[in-house]
Design a protein around this ligand. Structure first.
Ligand code: UDP
Length: 403
């Protein structure tokens, strides 16, 4: 399995990964989240579980179930942790717990290590029996609504460790915290090389013109991704530069607000023939890959962002990415070197124009971006890090970590 990453991933990552896997071989590693499709967590798990299996670790991935009231509530929790004001009353918290209690009764939670992703399944920790339990927080908790943060913190404190993507997010939820950014898989359909014919075929099928520069944002339809801000920036650019805007997204089963935001975005775009809003079916990985490759500039104008896998995906394709200076995006974009960080709609428009008018700069930034992702954000590094955390937890009593 690791063989296929040789020559792509940094060699040091592969060596350490092999040693860690030798120590943990045959052990069970359970991941739990709340959706199999849509969004960054599902994206990573689809790739990580087969890699762990290939390393001889018995990895499993379970998805909790819940009713509409549960997902409406957990979306509110997500919004509140990212700084919006939401009212979440005692009955809602009780329902959150009860749905997890039901899931605990039907899921097999026995494993040597259990990695629980995000707040939806966090109460499962109340039903832990064995193994090391780790909470993986993927969202931007830099400025959360206090009461919601405290309530989630009550559960987070029961884990053996918590992992965040960005150091600013760590702090007071769990006594034992780690900072590990997410990653992309260079061999997945989302990121592997495509031929020009494959790219052009996708462009034709999706109705995206290729005779003009394409500006792309790939995202769930979520207000934190600021799709209307993207359209406003595009309109400013369009006065001077001929180009096309593509907003590509698909629904996530744990995100009930998607349809509403999509309608807002459609209304806002009106019937501008140069704005292409593509509602892609789940698992459109090759099409997203092709869209990213045919684009001239990639945007991720998020206002809040856990990490922003789409940024690493765009950078890996050698594209200059303009990202909102939020959450994990500044971890990926070194302003002026591997892309541009922006704080406003005007700033976004300015950087788009700067790149459209200076192809040499766009190419250079794209090359630097790809190399930065290769060194820091490939999945082999992330599996290595998860195994390191796990190994640290099981080696606790020894005071010495032998590799
Ligand atoms: N994605 C996708 N189809 C879409 C929209 C997004 O496959 O229509 C993928 C995208 O390529 C990326 C992930 O979903 O891999 C989104 O992760 P990110 O960290 O950018 O944002 P999140 O959705 O987790 O907030």
């Amino acid at each position: 399995m690791l063989e296929s990453y040789r020559g792509i991933s940094p060699r040091g990552d592969l060596l350490l990964l092999r040693k860690l896997a030798d120590h943990l071989e045959g052990k069970t590693f359970l991941h739990i989240n709340s959706t199999r499709e849509g969004g960054g967590v599902a994206e990573i798990l689809q790739r990580m579980v087969p890699i762990l299996l290939g390393l001889g670790i018995k990895a499993r991935w379970e998805v909790i179930r819940g009713d509409d009231a549960f997902f409406d509530m957990t979306k509110k929790v997500h919004n509140a942790l990212q700084g919006y004001t939401e009212v979440i009353d005692g009955n809602m918290w009780d329902h959150h717990f009860k749905v997890n209690e039901e899931n605990a009764a039907s899921l097999d939670l026995a494993a040597d290590a259990v990695l629980v992703h995000d707040p939806q399944p966090v109460p499962l920790v109340s039903f832990r029996t064995e193994g090391a339990w780790i909470w993986r927080c993927h969202i931007d908790v830099s400025n959360p609504q206090e009461d919601v943060f405290r309530q989630i913190g009550k559960y987070a404190g029961k884990f053996d460790a918590a992992i965040y993507s960005v150091s600013r997010f760590a702090g007071s939820m769990c006594p034992n915290e780690f900072i590990l950014p997410p990653s992309i898989d260079p061999l997945s359909n989302k990121n592997k090389e495509l031929t020009d014919e494959e790219i052009m075929e996708a462009a034709g099928r999706l109705g995206v013109p290729t005779d003009r520069p394409v500006i792309l944002q790939v995202s769930r339809f979520d207000r934190f991704k600021d799709p209307t801000g993207v359209i406003m920036a595009y309109r400013m650019v369009r006065k001077y530069n001929d180009c096309v805007l593509v907003l590509a997204g698909s629904p996530a089963t744990d995100d009930p607000e998607g349809a509403e935001v999509l309608n807002e975005v459609r209304d806002f775009a009106a019937d501008d023939p140069d704005i292409h809003i593509l509602l892609l079916p789940p698992f459109s990985d090759r099409d997203i890959n092709a869209l990213q490759r045919l684009s001239t500039i990639i945007l991720q104008k998020s206002l809040k962002e856990g990490f922003g896998l789409t940024v690493a995906e765009g950078m890996w394709k050698g594209k200059p990415v303009i990202g909102g200076a939020a959450g994990g995006i500044p971890l990926q974009i070194t302003h002026g070197v591997t892309g541009f960080l922006v704080h406003s709609i005007e700033g976004t428009a300015f950087r788009i124009r700067q790149l459209l008018n200076n192809n040499e700069m766009a190419v250079r930034m794209g090359q630097q971006a790809r190399e930065y992702v290769r060194r820091n954000f490939l999945i082999t590094r992330q599996v290595r890090d998860y195994l390191s955390v796990w190994y640290t937890l099981v080696s606790k009593a020894r005071g010495l970590i032998e590799l």
